[in-house]
Design a protein around this ligand. Sequence first.
Ligand SMILES: [Zn+2]
Length: 93
Amino acid sequence: MKYPKEVRTYCPNCNSHQPFKARLASKGRARSMAIGNRKHERSLLGHGGKVAGEKTVKKQGKRQKVMLECQTCKKKQERVVGGRTKKKLEVKA
Ligand SMILES: [Zn+2]
């Protein structure tokens, strides 16, 4: 998927449409207290070694995000482009 480098869209801070610069949003930090991590850690307790397990869930695509920076107030906001997809997002001119 392609996304333009500059877009003109609504800025909640300026309360009007403003030019925005777009770049790929960086990935957030993994949560150590997420349910999946807690389950996995519990399964590793005691004897029995590593648990690989069979995957019951089919792989879903990920939501591709862009970070938009307002050129007037310099505030940033994240935007999801499309839904779940296996395609990578590219920011192009
Ligand atoms: Zn703004």
